[in-house]
Structure formats: structure tokens, C-alpha cells
Ligand binder design. Structure first.
Ligand SMILES: Cc1ncc(COP(=O)(O)O)c(C=O)c1O
Length: 363
């Protein structure tokens, strides 16, 4: 059977994006989690000395050392250079890793992922021709115990994501790891929102040990550096060695000047703390807006999204349409994150305070 890529989720909102203009409202596109705040001026220069030669695929020693220092400082995890490697932002890593791991263990053909989640976990399995099986998040943990033994025996890897996009939940992977070690599969913990942990400590799966575990990080959200495409993965040194060798063959490289700037961003926590304050304030304003509209949004435990039940008989696109007509705000329908959550919406806190104040005043 030939493969046709499905429409990209956010492209499906193009008609809804026209509505604010038609209704005389300011368009506030909060459907995509794309950071809007500029880099502090001290980070606005790139070193083009590094542009002539090929960058290393695994990442410069400077970038990897900065990643190690950051993980130790912010997450309390101690790693060495052979336990860290670069990726070109984290999305390509999420989309390509199932295939690379399957090449290593062709008999394993199942990818597990959280039931309500960032769509690329399932897409990475689809692009690899693998089976993908959702795992429910219940009572603050992934209910991996609900997965039948025959599937666990075929499982290649499980994605976890805390703080979660879109739900904002923060959860331990201790129970997942126990099952993963019993059935000998890999746990990959996507931690790209970890700096925005509002309720409780910043948590890395690597605090449970590195054997069979990788954590994936990105500067896109932490440092408003989505355009720089700087990420890294860290943990089990055997997996790091295997994946970094494969990725070298595939030509996955962060351009040198961006590796250098990425390292400098990782060395600095001040701009992140400033950004965290901004996101918190914007989440509170968004809660006020959606409460005024009659919904019941709550402050997430982490991340910068509101995720709430729009409690409507209609599908998520109808809900998004009605919100766009009333406020000019574009939200993501819940079905982007799970077919079972069509009545939910996700709202990213990526508008300026002034724009959010204007919406609040207009209600
Ligand atoms: C949970 C999660 N993982 C990974 C990514 C990918 O981010 P990037 O490729 O910019 O690192 C995103 C982006 O929205 C995300 O929400």
C-alpha cells in the first residue's frame, strides 16, 4: 500500500484563520506553540567562523558540555560526554528514531506513546511502518500495566512526555521503566518543557538511572530558539553511540554557528527565568479570558498550554470556529492530540500581554 502523508494538523485550520478578519477582530493564533519573544540582545550574534567546515553530527564538545552542565544544574542529573549527542531540534529525532531503533532490532515492531500527545510520536511510527499503541495517562502515571503482555514483548520503545503537551501533566516514569526493563525496550522521555514546571520540581526520567533510557531536550521552548534547531538527547551510552553513528551517516547536523550559540544559551538561566514569568502571566490571562467565555480552564502543572474540555456536543473544529468568531483567538481542536478528546481544545500562551489584555477588555 502506498503512503500519502495526511494533511498537517495546523494546515487544517486555514479556513478558521480567516474568521477573525471577517468578523473585524484581531487575529491571535494560539494554535501552534511557536515562541514569540525575542532573544536577549547578548545572544543576537552568530559566530560565522564556524560556517566553512562541516559541523560534527554528534555535536561539538562545547555544546555537549553545556548540555551536561545544564542538566546537572537544573535537573540534578550527572552525565559524561559519551552520554549526550545533538539533534536538529527534537521533532526530527522523534520522527526518525523509531526507524533507527527498528533497524537494530527488526523483531520489535511496536511503539507505545501517551494517549493524549504531540502527534509526532505516532507519526514517527507511521513513517517507520511500525504499529503504534496509545497508553492512557491515569492517576498521574502512564498506565503501562494495561498493555497486554504479547504487545510488550514486541515493543521497541515508549515515548513519555512530561510536562505533557498538551495536558500540562507532570508524571514520574518509574513504573514505565520497571516494565520497560522487564520486557527489554527503550524509554524515551521528551522533556522539552521541563523549564516550565509550575507545580513541583523539574523532573527528568534520567533521575531514575540511564540504563535503557534517553531524555530529549530542545532549546526551542526553553530559550525561544525554535528557529535555531538545537536539541540534544542524553542517557544510555550504548544507545547514544548507536544513534549518533546512524545519524552521522544520515547527515543530521546542527550548523556550527547555531551549536555555538546554543551552548551559550544553555549556560544562561536568567533569560529562561524571565521567560517563565512571562508564560505564567500569560497563562493566567488566558484562564481569565476562557473563564469569561464560560469554560473552566485550569493552570497546568507545567508547559505553556491550556488544555480544557470545551464541553460541547460539537466537534473540535466547530468549537475552534466559535472561539475564533467570538475572540479572534485560534485554538487547536483536541483531535490533533487524540481521537478521544475531540471536545477539548489546546491554547498556547504565545501572544503578547498587550494583545491578551485587549481580548480581555473586549469581552
Ligand atoms: C512535546 C514536544 N516535543 C517536541 C517538540 C519539537 O520541538 P523542536 O523540534 O522545536 O525541538 C514539540 C514542539 O512543539 C513538542 O511540543
Amino acid at each position: 500500500m502506498s503512503f500519502t502523508p495526511p494533511p498537517y494538523p495546523h494546515d487544517r485550520l486555514k479556513d478558521i484563520r480567516k474568521l477573525p478578519h471577517e468578523y473585524g477582530l484581531e487575529l491571535l493564533d494560539l494554535s501552534i506553540g511557536t515562541p514569540i519573544d525575542p532573544l536577549p540582545s547578548k545572544f543576537r550574534e552568530l559566530s560565522f567562523d564556524l560556517i566553512n567546515g562541516y559541523p560534527t553530527s554528534i555535536g561539538s564538545n562545547q555544546l555537549r558540555s553545556s548540555a551536561i552542565a545544564w542538566m546537572s544544574r537544573r535537573l540534578g542529573v550527572t552525565l559524561t560526554l559519551n552520554e549526550v549527542a545533538a539533534c536538529v531540534g527534537s521533532k526530527e529525532f522523534v520522527a526518525s528514531t523509531p526507524w533507527y531503533l527498528h533497524l537494530r532490532r527488526p523483531e520489535r515492531d511496536v511503539v507505545l506513546y501517551p494517549e493524549v500527545s504531540y502527534p509526532t510520536y505516532a507519526m514517527g511510527a507511521i513513517l517507520s511502518g511500525l504499529k503504534y499503541v496509545p497508553v492512557a495517562l491515569e492517576d498521574g502515571r502512564l498506565n503501562i500495566e494495561s498493555i497486554p503482555k504479547d504487545l510488550l514483548e514486541r515493543t521497541l520503545l515508549i515515548w513519555t512526555n512530561s510536562p505533557s503537551n498538551p495536558t500540562g501533566e507532570i508524571y514520574s516514569v518509574a513504573n514505565v521503566l520497571q516494565v520497560a526493563r522487564q520486557y527489554d525496550f527503550v524509554v524515551i522521555s521528551d522533556e522539552c518543557y521541563v523549564e516550565y514546571s509550575w507545580n513541583g520540581d523539574r523532573y527528568s526520567a534520567l533521575s531514575e538511572g540511564t540504563e535503557g533510557v534517553l531524555a530529549v531536550h530542545s532549546l526551542s521552548k526553553r530559550s525561544n530558539f525554535a528557529g535555531g534547531r538545537v536539541g540534544f538527547y542524553a542517557g544510555d551510552s550504548t544507545l547514544i553511540h548507536y544513534l549518533s553513528e546512524v545519524r552521522k551517516h544520515a547527515g543530521m547536523m546542527i550548523p556550527g554557528p547555531f551549536q555555538e550559540l546554543g551552548a551559550r544559551l544553555l549556560d544562561d538561566d536568567e533569560h529562561v527565568e524571565d521567560e517563565a514569568k512571562r508564560y505564567r502571566g500569560r497563562l493566567e490571562k488566558l484562564i481569565a479570558i476562557f473563564t469569561a467565555l464560560g469554560y473552566q480552564p485550569k493552570m497546568p502543572d507545567g508547559g505553556f498550554y491550556l488544555w480544557f474540555d470545551a464541553k460541547d456536543e460539537k466537534d473540535g473544529f466547530a468549537i475552534a470556529t466559535s472561539i475564533a468568531k467570538r475572540t479572534g483567538i485560534i485554538v487547536s481542536p483536541g483531535e490533533f492530540y487524540s481521537p478521544n478528546y475531540a471536545n477539548f481544545v489546546r491554547v498556547a500562551a504565545v501572544a503578547s500581554d498587550e494583545a491578551l489584555d485587549r481580548v480581555l477588555l473586549s469581552l
